[in-house]
Design a protein around this ligand. Sequence first.
Ligand SMILES: [Zn+2]
Length: 377
Amino acid sequence: MQFSEIIGQESVKHHLIKTVTGNRISHAQLFTGYAGYGSLLLAIAYAQYIMCSDKGETDSCGKCNSCKKVEKLQHPDLHFSFPTVGTKSGTALVSDDFIKEWRSFIQETPYGAYENLMSKFDAGNSQGLIKVNEANHIVKKLSLKSFEAEYKILIMWYPEKMNAETANKLLKLIEEPPAKTLFLLVTENPGQIINTIRSRTQEVLIPRISEDEIFKGLIQRQLVTEDKARHISRMSDGNYLRALSLIETSEEAKESFEAFTQMMRLSYTGRVPDLIKWVDNVSQWGRERQKSLLEYSLKMVRENLIINQQKSELARVSDDESKFAINFSKFIHKNNAFKISEELSLAILHIVRNANAKVVLLDMCLRLNKLLKIVDE
Ligand SMILES: [Zn+2]
């Protein structure tokens, strides 16, 4: 990971590079900031810069042997520690048992948070922890001489997940580390770290990313159009992870809108072969998605009734929804809106109870066909 791959954070990058060029690398540092700000990535890029054998003024070279190994998260002198779950023959597993999952987590979701890592571990409801045998493991690893690099570096993610026993075990190591050993702790909640550890670290504050940088990041990665990128960067709170989830929600909203308009058009015509095609398609979605489509449809029926009642100023619809409502609202009125809503609610209930989605949806559409034909008097 080179600094140039990380969105924004120019002043943090500048500060970190200066500690290296000025020979003032503090041996225990606490990177404090949300996952969506890029804290972990900055720690990795920092480690890569320190270890690079051909570093430039603003970044590691990205080409030397050391850089290549850090890029793959496979440098023998760069160690990772993070919360884990589960045991093997009675002993708690350590981070190195999950190193494959860890690598793919960072490669797939570089701005991912604690929850994203836990889902990689199939953790279910279990809480990830950094337990004492992890501390023993770290003490052992760091007591060895470095293999290739000048420094041995340990990046610990979510040190707030250490229990007291783990923290106490590591305290002495952090207080009096072996020569050329660095601890980079990366936290979201510095207040939850045991104070004896926290007070021995130098804090590096990772601020939110500027709106402008998020905008550039989205455009460079070609994730959305310029208009959308502007809107999303404004809503993102300087958090790139949040920006990504906003893209997902808006994609989902678009999909719901399209499925809803099709559902209503096809239900109105009532042509069974076309309806079956639509039902086949939607029945391949997950249940949660089907449920959220039906909930969205309930909302749309409500908004169209409001528009039908000539109270458009009260309707909360997007531009696309409002265009669709110009015609559709004529078919949703006081004589059928309640019954249509009932059909949709009933379908939600069946879907939640694991009924066969194809049957439920086709049934519902056929009933909507009759309801949509009721005339407004
Ligand atoms: Zn290099």
